[in-house]
Design a protein around this ligand. Structure first.
Ligand SMILES: NC(=O)c1ccc[n+]([C@@H]2O[C@H](COP(=O)([O-])OP(=O)(O)OC[C@H]3O[C@@H](n4cnc5c(N)ncnc54)[C@H](OP(=O)(O)O)[C@@H]3O)[C@@H](O)[C@H]2O)c1
Length: 327
């Protein structure tokens, strides 16, 4: 396999990590181009020991006939530029929310629904970070027992709001009075709102978890009840999840085996916290408990920038390349 790759939003939290993960996963990139806004033109980013200069994102640059564009520069940038690349025959893997709910656009967690990539060219959407790590810990349960309902409370790190989210927490820690990104102080606090409140009183982030979970598992009967919360953690999202199954499980040990049979999922008796998963590409599950024969509870943690964005995008690239004869 040999691929030419463009990264849009290459200077951001996700973009920089995508470049790192391309290197760590040893993706055979023969040409790499990095794009961002005029703020970052000329900045250098290293890939496999070589320095690459960041270029200005323009409509013209989207006509570069590469194999993949990885986008992580926000929804409005994706809406404007991704279709130009796709019309030019390039496959775009987009981290933003711009296209996730469009019917014809595959929403992919490769461990779960990579089959959508076969024979497909165009825009592929990367799900929301909280959705990806939840899906990875439940998809095998859905295959084996069927899932009826999911109750989930998230504990999402400030890096989920991009670099500016990290800066706001650090500034507040230094005692500075800045409050631009989060609606309340985040230092020594938790905020039970991510994204705007919708007409149904759920937040945007909560509705992403509802709609994206159903689309990825291709089961619109699943009921999802999320509460999404921002916590003063730099990297790593956590989730307290309760799953109500359609069929009763045999034993908690069996449930454990089923969850652990998921790809890139680690079930452990250790106590896992966000600090433990920084830089890891797996989703961790611990504190597995049961109430009745159809209800189970657990704690789920993953690196939101990797599992929730960059690693998922690179895994999509690799699967797509493998399934479409680029290997
Ligand atoms: N953080 C997460 O956990 C996470 C998870 C999943 C998905 N995502 C999605 O990934 C995207 C980026 O998130 P992030 O956390 O990496 O944000 P970030 O740290 O704020 O980075 C944003 C990137 O977008 C670039 N950009 C912004 N406006 C641009 C424009 N008009 N033209 C060209 N480039 C532009 C920035 O370039 P400059 O350096 O020039 O400003 C920077 O490279 C968002 O769509 C976000 O929803 C994030």
């Amino acid at each position: 396999m040999k691929v030419k790759v463009g990264v849009v939003g290459a200077t951001g939290e996700v973009g920089r990590t995508m470049v790192k993960v391309l290197e760590e996963f040893n993706v055979p990139v023969t040409e790499l181009r990095l794009f961002a806004s005029e703020r970052s033109v000329g900045k250098e980013i290293e890939f496999k020991g070589e320095k690459f200069k960041v270029e200005l994102l323009t409509e013209e640059s989207m006509k570069w006939k590469c194999d993949y564009f990885l986008f992580s520069a926000g929804a409005s940038v994706s809406r404007k530029f991704a279709p130009i690349a796709a019309e030019n025959g390039v496959t775009v893997i987009d981290n933003s929310s711009a296209f996730r709910m469009e019917k014809e656009i595959p929403l992919v967690v490769p461990e779960v629904n990579a089959y959508l990539l076969k024979g497909y060219t165009g825009i592929i959407a990367n799900p929301n970070c909280s959705t990806i790590q939840m899906i990875l810990s439940i998809y095998k349960l859905h295959e084996v027992y069927g899932i009826e309902e999911i109750f989930v409370s998230t504990y999402q790190s400030v890096s989920g709001a991009g670099h500016k989210g990290i800066e706001e927490l650090l500034a507040q820690e230094r005692g500075e009075n800045v409050m631009k990104v989060f609606p309340k102080p985040i230092h020594r606090n938790v905020i039970p709102l991510i994204g705007d409140i919708q007409e149904n009183l759920f937040s945007q982030e909560e509705m992403k978890m509802v709609n994206e979970t159903r689309k990825i598992l291709n089961d619109y009967s699943i009921r999802v009840y999320p509460t999404t919360v921002r916590v003063p953690v730099l990297y790593g999202h956590s989730e307290a999840i309760m799953v109500r199954l359609k069929k009763p499980y045999e034993s908690l040990e069996k449930v454990r085996e089923v969850i652990a049979s998921g790809e890139d999922v680690v079930v452990t008796d250790d106590l896992i916290t966000p600090v433990d998963v920084a830089g890891k590409n797996e989703t961790y599950v611990c504190r597995l408990r049961a109430t009745d024969e159809r209800s189970i509870l657990f704690w789920n943690v993953a690196d939101n920038i990797r599992v929730g964005a960059a690693t998922n995008a690179v895994r999509i690239l690799l699967k797509h390349a493998e399934m479409n004869g680029k290997v």
